[in-house]
Design a protein around this ligand. Sequence first.
Ligand SMILES: [Zn+2]
Length: 308
Amino acid sequence: MPIPILAVTDSRHAAGASGNCRTRSAHRSCGVAGVAPTAPGGSVEVRVSLRRTDPWTPRKDAPVKADPAALRRLLDLAGVDAELSRLAHRRRTLPEHAELTGAETAVRTAKDKLVEVETAAGDLDRDIRRIERDVEGVRARTARDNQLLAGAGIGAKQATELQHELDTLARRQRVLEDEQLEVMEQREAVGIDVEHSREALAAAEQKLTDLTERRDAALADIDASEAGRRRDREGIVADVPAELLAAYDKRREQRGIGAAQLVARRCQACRLELDRTALAELRGAAADELVHCAECGVILVRMKESGL
Ligand SMILES: [Zn+2]
């Protein structure tokens, strides 16, 4: 596979030369082919016209004409586009977005708390069952000892031993019953915590549901407004000549606003008052000539109140 050899006709584009076309894409847009296919036996010179080269440089030779009626429609368009921008901003900055994040965190926290107290309640229930089994064992043993003691043929020594064991069992039972009481009191308190935590979780989930509905309603409202404005836009765009619309769209892409009125020598897009030179140029321009704000570059629409 032969290696392509760079061959250029303009010294500004030679490797190392200073110029604006340092990157391949810039090079392409400046109209000079950078890489030429290799012909058998050597390099090939590629000569490309430098005329009509950069698509981004505005052409000065064809001024856009705009009659006052078309400019009025352009202002209508700017009004609709401003409304669409406001709606997009409102969609992004709905307070419900932040509130929902907070509500989701609250639900997670409430769930964690409920798991914590339910686990504590489960542990205490297990303790209660263990104590109950122990108490049951002590009672059975006490009943058996009492039965033996009451039976016939018990010697004095065995009777003393049995009585001793019964005393021990009675003490053990009191200790277990005290413990049982204490654990049941704890379980009761934790049971109240569980109830409160369930209520707190239900309230947090309800708040999340309400907020979600509110957010969805706000978004649906914005959707409906946007759909309306887009329909308005289609109607207006149909009235604006293509060339004027292209000029407007280009300014809007660059600056967010495409066109504005000049009121009392002040551009209504950047709110700056134009200086004498700029005003003189505007006065000198024909009524159907497209003019721009010298400060922010938007299409300026002149009117009675412009102060020209
Ligand atoms: Zn301006």
